[in-house]
Design a protein around this ligand. Sequence first.
Ligand code: SAM
Length: 248
Amino acid sequence: MCSILEKYDLGQFYKDLEALGISLSEKQIQQFVVYYEMLVERNKDVNLTAITDFDGVFKKHFIDSLSLVKCRDLSGADSEAALIDIGTGAGFPGIPLKIAFPHLKVTLVDSLHKRVVFLGEVIDRLGLAGTEAIHGRAEDHAKPERLRERYDICVSRAVANLSTLSEYCLPYVKIGGSFVAYKSEKAEEELREAAAAIRILGGEAAGQVTFMLPGSDIYRSLVTIAKVSATPAKYPRKAGTADRKPLQ
Ligand code: SAM
């Protein structure tokens, strides 16, 4: 039987993985390919991604998601971390991180139900044990104890400005854990504007790593906010407030 891997040219993906210092088994590569095929197929009915070509998805979604290794040791100290991805959409960055680092315990949150249904199908099909997809707004799930201050790492890409995003994300992070925002060229400016929000929510700016995605001119900045004290119980505010009136 022809392997699914023979259908595609995976050369660039292998090079990019090597540049990030990530080595995957054939099973994991197959999981990425199956995820790609599911994404493109479902994208015909449900709006999941504007990028659908093979090279684009592998670079701009998969490699970009995995670039978290630039600031976290996911094959060492953080390998069994509890990680939550807020506003995950079609699963970025959470699903690629789970495929590449299967010992992570991953929670995916998104407010669009159809996307969460898709994520459930991906989790089942790829057999991603220790992964849950939750439908709803970040502000609503951060209040109950089950998820509040339970995570070692919270990640989020392309969801909101850093001030709003800190109110969505920091309530989920344990003291001693951190929130990593996938940002672009405006990271410095966003950090300045979010300084008060980060402090109010129990965070502290703890570093920024900037780089080009391997083999590309795509700029990425990973901004780390350490959780240094408990988030006051009144945060996050009612759904929609952090977006309309970011903390200043
Ligand atoms: N993170 C994914 C990525 O990088 O491809 C998706 C980015 S998409 C532009 C933003 C996603 O955030 C959407 O799927 C949207 O439904 C979700 N979202 C926006 N605000 C949210 C909130 N308050 N709580 C949960 N999800 C939210």
